[in-house]
Write a protein of this length. Structure first.
Length: 278
């Protein structure tokens, strides 16, 4: 809990480490979702190493900030951040998706230290986060709830029910982050069910909205700090991202939504990523 918040430069280096962890664990498991894990890596890194009030030695601390990865299939990014932050030993990353592992294919709050909400069925994370934020208000707690949602996931009606309810309850202790990478399982979001313009839509529902480059760490940090301090209404951060960010052959390619790299592909990906910090 007392770890010094990282600088932007340190966060950028940690994001590379987390991306390498993602590639390595999915390759080892021969299954997983690299594209959406990589696109969310910068936001998750900033949350766990600078923004959130947490204690890895006491994951159930009642006054901790909460985090929900509503697009639960991208859990490798969450597992990597938790391991690097000290919630469990990094050796567990090699057990992704194995029988008996604490790291399953979707987050399980009963198995994994630091997981605040089981996720899998899309559209449920934001309503759950709303409930946590409302509970905090009723109990006069000062914790903050952060929820990452996907753009394909935003086709779910429960997302928009929550988007109406949160401003009604004035939940300024709730921040949603849209991982706006424009691709879903098989096609582009625009081809399936367009959600644009997200900034205008969320503003119309009564949210404080911040539009950023989700891979510019300085912008990510400023937006999250603003969201945590903004009063009177919940905040939506529209993080414009790239699916597969950091790996040339994965970027903006739908195929890498749920395909695991082979060892040769993983080696190339990790080599590319490590060049970012040399």
């Amino acid at each position: 809990m007392s770890q010094k918040p990282m600088s932007v430069e340190e966060l950028e280096k940690m994001a590379v480490i987390i991306r390498c962890d993602i590639i390595d664990m999915i390759c080892t498991a021969a299954a997983g979702h690299p594209g959406g894990s990589l696109s969310a890596a910068d936001v998750v890194t900033a949350l766990y190493f600078r923004i959130m009030r947490i204690d890895p030695e006491n994951p159930g601390w009642p006054d901790r900030d909460r985090f929900i990865l509503s697009k639960g299939h991208a859990c490798p990014v969450w597992y990597a951040a938790l391991a690097e932050r000290g919630y469990f030993d990094k050796s567990h990353l090699k057990t992704l998706r194995q029988m008996g592992s604490i790291l399953q294919g979707h987050p399980d709050m009963l198995k994994t230290p630091g997981i605040d909400m089981t996720a899998g069925s899309l559209g449920h994370g934001l309503p759950a986060g709303l409930g946590m934020a409302l509970s905090g208000k009723l109990q006069q707690k000062d914790y903050h709830v952060f929820v990452i949602i996907g753009d394909g996931e935003s086709q779910e009606g429960s997302i928009w029910e929550a988007s109406m309810a949160a401003p009604n309850f004035k939940l300024d202790n709730l921040t949603a982050i849209l991982d706006y990478n424009h691709l879903q399982n098989d096609y582009s979001v625009d081809d399936i069910m367009p959600i644009h313009p997200p900034v205008d839509k969320w503003q119309a529902f009564g949210w404080h909205v911040i539009d950023i480059d989700g891979h510019d760490m300085a912008q990510v940090v400023v937006a999250l700090e603003e969201a945590k301090s903004h009063k009177g209404k919940p905040t939506m951060i529209v993080a414009n991202t790239v699916k597969g960010k950091g790996v040339s052959y994965m970027e903006n390619v739908c195929e890498w939504h749920g395909r695991a790299p082979c060892q040769e592909e993983a080696d190339q990906a990790i080599e590319e990523l490590r060049r970012c910090v040399t």
